[in-house]
Design a protein around this ligand. Structure first.
Ligand SMILES: [Zn+2]
Length: 390
Protein backbone atom coordinates (compact mmCIF):
# COMPACT_ATOMS: atom_id res chain seq x y z
CA UNK A 1 0.00 0.00 0.00
CA UNK A 2 1.29 3.47 -0.82
CA UNK A 3 1.98 5.45 2.33
CA UNK A 4 -0.19 8.59 2.60
CA UNK A 5 2.71 11.04 2.34
CA UNK A 6 3.68 9.62 -1.06
CA UNK A 7 0.12 9.86 -2.35
CA UNK A 8 0.03 13.48 -1.28
CA UNK A 9 3.40 14.39 -2.72
CA UNK A 10 2.52 14.50 -6.41
CA UNK A 11 -0.66 16.62 -6.24
CA UNK A 12 1.10 19.00 -3.84
CA UNK A 13 3.86 19.64 -6.35
CA UNK A 14 1.29 20.05 -9.13
CA UNK A 15 -0.57 22.67 -7.09
CA UNK A 16 2.65 24.46 -6.26
CA UNK A 17 3.60 24.41 -9.93
CA UNK A 18 0.33 26.08 -10.85
CA UNK A 19 0.60 28.63 -8.05
CA UNK A 20 4.19 29.54 -8.79
CA UNK A 21 4.00 29.61 -12.57
CA UNK A 22 5.13 33.23 -12.57
CA UNK A 23 8.20 32.59 -10.41
CA UNK A 24 11.29 31.70 -12.38
CA UNK A 25 14.08 31.92 -9.82
CA UNK A 26 14.46 29.94 -6.61
CA UNK A 27 17.24 30.49 -4.04
CA UNK A 28 19.17 27.61 -2.49
CA UNK A 29 17.03 25.80 0.06
CA UNK A 30 13.79 26.49 -1.81
CA UNK A 31 12.15 23.87 -4.03
CA UNK A 32 12.80 24.86 -7.64
CA UNK A 33 9.67 24.30 -9.69
CA UNK A 34 10.32 23.55 -13.33
CA UNK A 35 8.05 22.30 -16.09
CA UNK A 36 7.17 18.72 -15.17
CA UNK A 37 9.65 18.31 -12.31
CA UNK A 38 11.06 20.00 -9.24
CA UNK A 39 14.61 20.30 -7.91
CA UNK A 40 15.29 20.00 -4.20
CA UNK A 41 18.33 20.48 -2.01
CA UNK A 42 16.88 19.50 1.35
CA UNK A 43 19.14 16.57 2.22
CA UNK A 44 22.57 15.97 3.77
CA UNK A 45 25.44 16.99 1.47
CA UNK A 46 23.11 18.83 -0.93
CA UNK A 47 24.52 21.90 -2.66
CA UNK A 48 23.16 24.20 -5.30
CA UNK A 49 22.83 27.95 -5.58
CA UNK A 50 19.96 29.80 -7.22
CA UNK A 51 17.87 27.68 -9.56
CA UNK A 52 16.44 29.53 -12.58
CA UNK A 53 13.77 28.14 -14.85
CA UNK A 54 14.71 28.49 -18.50
CA UNK A 55 12.18 29.15 -21.31
CA UNK A 56 12.83 25.80 -23.01
CA UNK A 57 11.76 23.81 -19.92
CA UNK A 58 15.22 23.29 -18.45
CA UNK A 59 16.76 24.89 -15.39
CA UNK A 60 20.03 26.63 -14.64
CA UNK A 61 21.67 25.84 -11.28
CA UNK A 62 24.34 28.06 -9.87
CA UNK A 63 27.10 25.98 -8.29
CA UNK A 64 28.92 28.03 -5.68
CA UNK A 65 31.32 27.26 -2.83
CA UNK A 66 30.76 27.74 0.87
CA UNK A 67 32.75 30.99 1.03
CA UNK A 68 33.31 33.92 -1.29
CA UNK A 69 37.09 34.00 -0.78
CA UNK A 70 39.82 31.85 -2.27
CA UNK A 71 39.01 28.16 -2.41
CA UNK A 72 40.33 25.03 -4.09
CA UNK A 73 38.73 23.94 -7.36
CA UNK A 74 36.57 21.13 -5.97
CA UNK A 75 33.13 22.24 -7.20
CA UNK A 76 30.78 19.92 -5.34
CA UNK A 77 27.10 19.84 -6.26
CA UNK A 78 24.25 17.60 -5.16
CA UNK A 79 20.52 17.91 -5.79
CA UNK A 80 17.41 15.79 -6.16
CA UNK A 81 14.99 15.80 -9.08
CA UNK A 82 11.33 15.05 -8.27
CA UNK A 83 9.45 14.04 -11.42
CA UNK A 84 5.97 15.40 -12.11
CA UNK A 85 5.19 14.28 -15.63
CA UNK A 86 8.29 15.29 -17.59
CA UNK A 87 10.30 12.54 -19.33
CA UNK A 88 13.56 14.30 -18.56
CA UNK A 89 15.07 17.24 -16.71
CA UNK A 90 17.63 19.37 -18.52
CA UNK A 91 19.88 20.92 -15.89
CA UNK A 92 22.58 23.41 -16.70
CA UNK A 93 25.25 23.70 -14.00
CA UNK A 94 26.89 27.12 -13.99
CA UNK A 95 30.01 27.33 -11.87
CA UNK A 96 30.41 30.69 -10.15
CA UNK A 97 34.05 29.76 -9.42
CA UNK A 98 36.44 27.39 -11.15
CA UNK A 99 35.04 24.90 -13.67
CA UNK A 100 33.40 21.54 -14.23
CA UNK A 101 35.54 18.83 -12.55
CA UNK A 102 33.43 15.96 -11.29
CA UNK A 103 31.66 13.58 -13.62
CA UNK A 104 28.06 13.57 -12.29
CA UNK A 105 26.89 10.49 -10.40
CA UNK A 106 23.26 9.34 -10.37
CA UNK A 107 21.26 7.43 -7.77
CA UNK A 108 17.69 6.21 -7.36
CA UNK A 109 17.85 5.96 -3.58
CA UNK A 110 20.57 8.39 -2.46
CA UNK A 111 22.71 5.41 -1.40
CA UNK A 112 23.73 3.48 -4.51
CA UNK A 113 25.43 5.49 -7.23
CA UNK A 114 26.66 5.18 -10.80
CA UNK A 115 28.51 7.59 -13.06
CA UNK A 116 26.00 9.15 -15.47
CA UNK A 117 25.93 7.80 -18.98
CA UNK A 118 28.20 9.82 -21.30
CA UNK A 119 25.37 10.83 -23.61
CA UNK A 120 23.67 12.73 -20.77
CA UNK A 121 26.59 15.00 -19.77
CA UNK A 122 28.10 17.82 -21.85
CA UNK A 123 30.72 20.32 -20.66
CA UNK A 124 30.05 23.78 -22.11
CA UNK A 125 31.76 27.14 -22.33
CA UNK A 126 35.24 25.74 -21.80
CA UNK A 127 34.09 23.91 -18.67
CA UNK A 128 32.53 26.96 -16.99
CA UNK A 129 29.22 25.14 -17.23
CA UNK A 130 27.86 21.69 -17.99
CA UNK A 131 24.55 20.37 -19.23
CA UNK A 132 23.07 17.27 -17.65
CA UNK A 133 20.03 15.46 -18.99
CA UNK A 134 18.31 13.46 -16.26
CA UNK A 135 15.92 10.79 -17.56
CA UNK A 136 12.83 10.68 -15.34
CA UNK A 137 10.20 8.07 -14.52
CA UNK A 138 8.04 8.32 -11.40
CA UNK A 139 10.60 8.21 -8.58
CA UNK A 140 13.05 10.87 -7.38
CA UNK A 141 16.57 10.87 -8.80
CA UNK A 142 19.65 12.11 -6.96
CA UNK A 143 22.51 13.76 -8.86
CA UNK A 144 25.82 14.59 -7.18
CA UNK A 145 29.43 15.39 -8.00
CA UNK A 146 30.49 12.14 -6.32
CA UNK A 147 28.73 9.39 -4.40
CA UNK A 148 27.22 10.84 -1.21
CA UNK A 149 28.77 9.18 1.81
CA UNK A 150 27.07 10.96 4.69
CA UNK A 151 28.34 10.88 8.29
CA UNK A 152 25.65 8.36 9.24
CA UNK A 153 27.01 5.94 6.62
CA UNK A 154 30.52 6.48 7.94
CA UNK A 155 29.25 5.94 11.48
CA UNK A 156 27.56 2.67 10.51
CA UNK A 157 30.82 1.54 8.94
CA UNK A 158 32.69 2.45 12.13
CA UNK A 159 30.32 0.35 14.21
CA UNK A 160 30.59 -2.62 11.85
CA UNK A 161 34.38 -2.56 11.85
CA UNK A 162 34.47 -2.15 15.59
CA UNK A 163 32.14 -5.09 16.14
CA UNK A 164 33.74 -7.40 13.55
CA UNK A 165 37.33 -6.86 14.68
CA UNK A 166 36.71 -6.09 18.35
CA UNK A 167 38.37 -2.70 17.88
CA UNK A 168 37.33 -0.08 20.43
CA UNK A 169 35.40 2.80 18.85
CA UNK A 170 35.10 6.06 20.71
CA UNK A 171 34.27 9.70 20.20
CA UNK A 172 37.43 11.77 20.03
CA UNK A 173 35.40 14.95 20.38
CA UNK A 174 32.98 17.15 18.48
CA UNK A 175 33.08 19.17 15.31
CA UNK A 176 32.18 22.87 15.34
CA UNK A 177 28.52 21.92 14.76
CA UNK A 178 28.65 19.33 17.53
CA UNK A 179 28.88 16.21 15.38
CA UNK A 180 30.94 13.35 16.82
CA UNK A 181 34.40 12.70 15.42
CA UNK A 182 35.12 9.03 15.88
CA UNK A 183 38.35 7.17 16.40
CA UNK A 184 39.06 3.46 16.08
CA UNK A 185 41.96 2.53 18.35
CA UNK A 186 43.20 -1.04 18.47
CA UNK A 187 45.71 -2.43 20.95
CA UNK A 188 46.65 0.72 22.93
CA UNK A 189 49.21 -1.43 24.80
CA UNK A 190 51.53 -1.49 21.82
CA UNK A 191 53.95 1.43 21.69
CA UNK A 192 54.34 1.52 17.91
CA UNK A 193 51.50 3.24 16.10
CA UNK A 194 50.08 3.32 12.59
CA UNK A 195 47.99 6.51 12.27
CA UNK A 196 45.30 6.86 9.57
CA UNK A 197 43.18 9.94 8.80
CA UNK A 198 40.31 10.33 6.33
CA UNK A 199 38.13 12.95 4.79
CA UNK A 200 39.54 16.28 5.77
CA UNK A 201 38.15 17.45 2.42
CA UNK A 202 34.43 16.71 1.97
CA UNK A 203 34.19 16.08 -1.81
CA UNK A 204 37.14 13.68 -1.83
CA UNK A 205 34.98 10.59 -1.90
CA UNK A 206 37.32 8.38 -3.94
CA UNK A 207 39.85 8.84 -1.12
CA UNK A 208 37.16 7.85 1.38
CA UNK A 209 36.43 4.70 -0.62
CA UNK A 210 40.14 3.82 -0.48
CA UNK A 211 40.18 4.54 3.25
CA UNK A 212 37.32 2.10 3.89
CA UNK A 213 38.94 -0.69 1.87
CA UNK A 214 42.37 -0.06 3.39
CA UNK A 215 41.10 0.05 6.97
CA UNK A 216 38.91 -3.03 6.48
CA UNK A 217 42.08 -4.98 5.67
CA UNK A 218 44.10 -3.55 8.57
CA UNK A 219 41.19 -4.22 10.97
CA UNK A 220 40.43 -7.55 9.29
CA UNK A 221 40.55 -11.05 10.66
CA UNK A 222 43.29 -12.50 8.45
CA UNK A 223 46.41 -13.98 10.06
CA UNK A 224 48.41 -11.05 8.70
CA UNK A 225 46.05 -8.41 10.15
CA UNK A 226 45.89 -10.15 13.52
CA UNK A 227 49.67 -10.46 13.68
CA UNK A 228 49.96 -6.80 12.70
CA UNK A 229 47.55 -5.60 15.38
CA UNK A 230 49.31 -7.67 18.02
CA UNK A 231 52.55 -5.89 17.16
CA UNK A 232 51.17 -2.40 16.33
CA UNK A 233 48.54 -0.05 17.66
CA UNK A 234 46.29 1.30 14.91
CA UNK A 235 44.61 4.68 15.37
CA UNK A 236 42.15 5.61 12.62
CA UNK A 237 40.03 8.76 12.31
CA UNK A 238 37.82 8.01 9.29
CA UNK A 239 35.99 11.37 9.05
CA UNK A 240 37.69 14.51 10.35
CA UNK A 241 35.33 17.00 8.69
CA UNK A 242 31.73 15.85 9.23
CA UNK A 243 30.32 19.40 9.10
CA UNK A 244 31.85 19.96 5.67
CA UNK A 245 30.30 16.73 4.40
CA UNK A 246 26.87 17.62 5.79
CA UNK A 247 27.03 21.11 4.28
CA UNK A 248 28.12 19.88 0.85
CA UNK A 249 31.29 21.96 1.18
CA UNK A 250 33.89 22.13 -1.55
CA UNK A 251 36.82 22.17 0.84
CA UNK A 252 36.44 23.74 4.28
CA UNK A 253 35.08 23.02 7.73
CA UNK A 254 32.24 25.03 9.24
CA UNK A 255 34.78 27.59 10.47
CA UNK A 256 35.68 28.31 6.83
CA UNK A 257 39.12 26.75 7.23
CA UNK A 258 40.91 24.12 5.17
CA UNK A 259 41.67 21.57 7.89
CA UNK A 260 44.65 20.29 5.93
CA UNK A 261 46.27 23.72 6.34
CA UNK A 262 45.80 23.73 10.10
CA UNK A 263 48.15 21.00 11.31
CA UNK A 264 50.44 22.79 13.71
CA UNK A 265 48.23 25.76 14.62
CA UNK A 266 45.41 23.29 15.46
CA UNK A 267 43.03 26.24 15.75
CA UNK A 268 39.88 24.50 14.51
CA UNK A 269 37.84 22.23 16.80
CA UNK A 270 38.46 19.22 14.53
CA UNK A 271 42.23 19.66 14.16
CA UNK A 272 42.58 20.65 17.82
CA UNK A 273 41.32 17.15 18.68
CA UNK A 274 44.16 15.69 16.63
CA UNK A 275 46.70 18.03 18.23
CA UNK A 276 45.56 17.00 21.71
CA UNK A 277 45.68 13.33 20.76
CA UNK A 278 49.26 13.69 19.48
CA UNK A 279 50.28 15.42 22.72
CA UNK A 280 48.66 12.62 24.70
CA UNK A 281 50.50 9.98 22.69
CA UNK A 282 53.79 11.81 23.13
CA UNK A 283 53.24 11.96 26.87
CA UNK A 284 52.84 8.18 26.89
CA UNK A 285 55.24 5.54 25.62
CA UNK A 286 53.55 5.57 22.20
CA UNK A 287 55.59 6.28 19.07
CA UNK A 288 53.90 6.99 15.76
CA UNK A 289 55.77 5.05 13.09
CA UNK A 290 53.69 5.66 9.97
CA UNK A 291 51.07 8.21 8.95
CA UNK A 292 48.66 7.97 6.01
CA UNK A 293 46.13 10.69 5.09
CA UNK A 294 43.51 9.85 2.42
CA UNK A 295 42.49 12.36 -0.28
CA UNK A 296 41.40 12.70 -3.91
CA UNK A 297 42.83 14.59 -6.85
CA UNK A 298 42.99 14.22 -10.64
CA UNK A 299 45.17 11.07 -10.52
CA UNK A 300 46.27 8.18 -8.30
CA UNK A 301 49.40 9.30 -6.53
CA UNK A 302 51.21 9.04 -3.22
CA UNK A 303 52.78 12.29 -2.07
CA UNK A 304 55.79 11.48 0.04
CA UNK A 305 58.73 13.19 1.68
CA UNK A 306 61.51 14.92 -0.22
CA UNK A 307 63.83 14.47 2.74
CA UNK A 308 64.97 11.16 4.21
CA UNK A 309 62.59 9.61 6.70
CA UNK A 310 63.08 7.41 9.72
CA UNK A 311 63.23 4.59 8.78
CA UNK A 312 64.93 5.52 5.49
CA UNK A 313 63.38 4.45 2.19
CA UNK A 314 60.34 3.02 3.93
CA UNK A 315 57.65 4.36 1.59
CA UNK A 316 59.59 3.20 -1.48
CA UNK A 317 59.87 -0.30 -0.05
CA UNK A 318 56.18 -0.36 0.78
CA UNK A 319 54.95 0.85 -2.61
CA UNK A 320 57.47 -1.29 -4.52
CA UNK A 321 56.19 -4.37 -2.72
CA UNK A 322 52.60 -3.47 -3.65
CA UNK A 323 53.17 -2.47 -7.29
CA UNK A 324 53.60 -5.98 -8.84
CA UNK A 325 50.34 -7.11 -7.23
CA UNK A 326 48.27 -4.20 -8.49
CA UNK A 327 46.43 -4.22 -11.80
CA UNK A 328 44.08 -1.68 -13.37
CA UNK A 329 45.28 1.06 -11.03
CA UNK A 330 48.12 3.19 -12.36
CA UNK A 331 49.69 5.18 -9.58
CA UNK A 332 52.67 7.42 -9.03
CA UNK A 333 54.88 8.36 -6.12
CA UNK A 334 55.95 11.98 -5.98
CA UNK A 335 58.22 13.53 -3.41
CA UNK A 336 57.25 16.96 -2.19
CA UNK A 337 59.48 19.47 -0.42
CA UNK A 338 58.32 20.89 2.89
CA UNK A 339 56.37 24.11 2.40
CA UNK A 340 54.93 26.67 4.79
CA UNK A 341 51.45 25.18 4.40
CA UNK A 342 50.37 23.38 7.52
CA UNK A 343 49.60 20.13 5.71
CA UNK A 344 49.13 16.95 7.76
CA UNK A 345 51.81 15.01 5.88
CA UNK A 346 54.42 17.73 6.36
CA UNK A 347 53.50 18.33 9.97
CA UNK A 348 53.78 14.66 10.90
CA UNK A 349 57.13 14.42 9.14
CA UNK A 350 58.47 17.56 10.80
CA UNK A 351 57.28 16.47 14.25
CA UNK A 352 58.32 12.84 14.10
CA UNK A 353 60.61 12.39 11.09
CA UNK A 354 58.46 9.42 10.09
CA UNK A 355 57.19 8.42 6.66
CA UNK A 356 54.04 10.54 6.31
CA UNK A 357 52.10 10.02 3.12
CA UNK A 358 49.15 11.63 1.35
CA UNK A 359 47.25 8.81 -0.35
CA UNK A 360 45.53 10.47 -3.32
CA UNK A 361 42.96 8.67 -5.47
CA UNK A 362 41.82 10.03 -8.84
CA UNK A 363 38.35 11.58 -8.82
CA UNK A 364 37.03 9.21 -11.45
CA UNK A 365 39.26 6.18 -10.87
CA UNK A 366 37.19 3.02 -11.18
CA UNK A 367 35.82 2.28 -7.73
CA UNK A 368 36.39 -1.48 -7.95
CA UNK A 369 40.04 -0.90 -8.90
CA UNK A 370 40.37 1.65 -6.08
CA UNK A 371 39.15 -0.91 -3.55
CA UNK A 372 41.30 -3.74 -4.93
CA UNK A 373 44.43 -1.57 -4.89
CA UNK A 374 43.74 -0.21 -1.38
CA UNK A 375 43.53 -3.78 -0.08
CA UNK A 376 46.94 -4.60 -1.54
CA UNK A 377 48.47 -1.34 -0.25
CA UNK A 378 47.14 -2.19 3.22
CA UNK A 379 48.52 -5.74 3.17
CA UNK A 380 51.94 -4.62 1.95
CA UNK A 381 52.08 -1.78 4.46
CA UNK A 382 51.45 -4.26 7.26
CA UNK A 383 54.13 -6.63 5.89
CA UNK A 384 56.66 -3.81 5.45
CA UNK A 385 56.05 -2.53 8.97
CA UNK A 386 56.29 -6.05 10.40
CA UNK A 387 59.64 -6.53 8.64
CA UNK A 388 60.96 -3.23 9.94
CA UNK A 389 62.94 -3.02 13.18
CA UNK A 390 61.76 -0.13 15.29
ZN1 LIG B 1 42.39 16.72 -0.14
Amino acid sequence: MTPPFVRLAVPTIALLLAACAATTSFPAGETCLARGYAIEDDFIAARRGTCTRLPGGGVRLEIRPEISGRINPSPWFAFKVIPDGAAEAVVELVYTRHSHRYWPKISNDGLNWDPMDERYVTALDGGRSARIVVPLASDPVWIAAQEIIAPEIQDAWNREISAAAGVPLSVLGESKAGLPIHVLDSNPDSEDVLFLVGRQHPPEVSGAIAFFAFAEVVFGNTDLAREFRERFRVIAIPLLNPDGVVGGHWRLNLGGVDLNRDWGPFEQPETALVGDLLDELDASAARIRMFVDFHSTDKNVFYTQFDETDPPGFTTRWLSAAAPRITDYRFGKETRPITNYNIAKNYMFKRYGIPAVTYEVGDETDRGATVAAARVFAEELMRTMLQQEY
